[in-house]
Design a binder for this molecule. Structure first.
Ligand code: UT7
Length: 323
């Protein structure tokens, strides 16, 4: 028998304010047409003033607990993937822990930018497979609207705010690719590329800073690396592209999603796409897509999923799981 980390519940939360592309036309030399054509994004949600990353995370976590039929004290751990924690410290995860009323266990943040949820899933899997935890809440939550330079049309139209969460639970599997749960993962980072996507603030500057990106360079790395890491993760699971029911990609740009689907030879009707409604929500985009994909009736129990993401660092990776 093999211990597997199986999805027991999923949920998400999006702030109420929806911002259509056209809203940027008033202040920037841009157009709805350009944004749709180059990115696939049509709208995004922005958090209200005073609505923080941990608030979004708590709402998503509550939805995932309700879906799982569990309470906060049933959890052993919370792992929150974010690059926009409310404060420098403590972790946003401990804020979620307190808000949920969870008095035992432990909570911590994972910071791998847009690849954060993939890294957090790998951490949760390690805790469960090693026996250190039985139930882990894995959340991706971001308020990237707070990192935008509103005069930079090449970045501020791309990002949105939101949160998604999964409850993972230990279950005994047969040790085969037919098991439910996380079957394999593949993680990478390469700090030589740290300057093509970063925030020019932090403790070294005394200010939060703004997101800076060489979009074309990041695009080039994404198209090359995402299919590679997805194939590597499938290979580790003893599976191939032909076994995939759904690619659930990081939602940065529809052209990257389409290029990855083509390289993986998985047709676009087997790809969960939410970028048109959410924009790029960094570490929140994959759990949001999982939750929306399930709600749409696309993702069903037993389906084989590949999630893949790349972002600042560069950091990238993929997880293969059977829902
Ligand atoms: O999640 C983290 C990972 N991030 C990503 O995966 C993002 C990866 N990069 C991208 O998605 C794309 O590179 C962008 C969407 C950022 C840009 O698209 P692109 O097709 O690579 O455009 P570009 O940067 O080559 O720019 C083409 C033109 C430029 O004008 P010139 O120099 O040709 O005159 C830009 O100034 O488009 C211009 N441009 C815009 N025009 C209207 C850039 N942003 C805008 C805009 N509206 N918002």
């Amino acid at each position: 028998m093999t211990t597997r980390a199986v999805v027991r519940g999923v949920g998400h939360y999006l702030p109420a304010r929806v911002v259509p592309n056209a809203e940027f036309e008033a202040t920037l030399d841009t157009s709805d047409e350009w944004i749709r054509a180059r990115t696939g994004i049509e709208r995004r949600h922005f958090a209200a003033e005073g609505e923080l990353t941990s608030d979004l995370a708590v709402a998503a976590a509550r939805a995932a607990l309700a879906d799982a039929g569990l309470g906060a004290d049933d959890l052993d751990a919370i792992i929150l993937a974010t690059s926009t924690a409310d404060l420098t410290f403590p972790s946003a995860a401990t804020m979620v822990q307190a808000a949920l009323g969870m008095t035992g266990g432990f909570a911590f943040d994972v910071q791998a930018v847009c690849a954060g949820f993939v890294f957090a899933l790998a951490q949760a899997n390690a805790l469960i497979v090693s026996g250190a935890a039985r139930r882990v809440m894995v959340i991706g939550a971001e308020t990237f609207s707070r990192l935008m330079d509103w005069t930079d049309r090449s970045t501020c139209v791309l990002f949105g705010d939101g949160a998604g969460a999964l409850v993972l639970e230990a279950a005994e599997g047969a040790g085969t690719p037919e098991d439910r749960g996380i079957l394999a993962f593949d993680l990478h980072s390469d700090g030589r590329f740290r300057s093509i996507l970063y925030v020019d603030g932090g403790v070294s500057t005394g200010a939060t800073g703004h997101l800076r990106m060489e979009g074309r360079e990041v695009f080039r790395h994404a198209v090359e690396k995402l299919a590679q890491t997805a194939h590597a993760a499938l290979d580790k699971a003893g599976l191939t592209s032909a076994d995939v029911d759904w690619i659930v990609p990081h939602q940065a740009n529809l052209r990257i999603i389409a290029a990855t689907s083509q390289r993986m030879q998985v047709p676009m009707d087997r790809v969960v796409v939410t970028v048109q409604d959410h924009g790029n929500t960094s570490a929140a985009s994959i759990p949001l897509a999982l939750s929306v994909g399930k709600a749409r009736g696309q993702i069903r129990e037993g389906d084989l999923l590949v999630t893949e993401a790349i972002g600042g660092g560069l950091a990238w990776g993929a997880v293969v799981l059977r829902w």
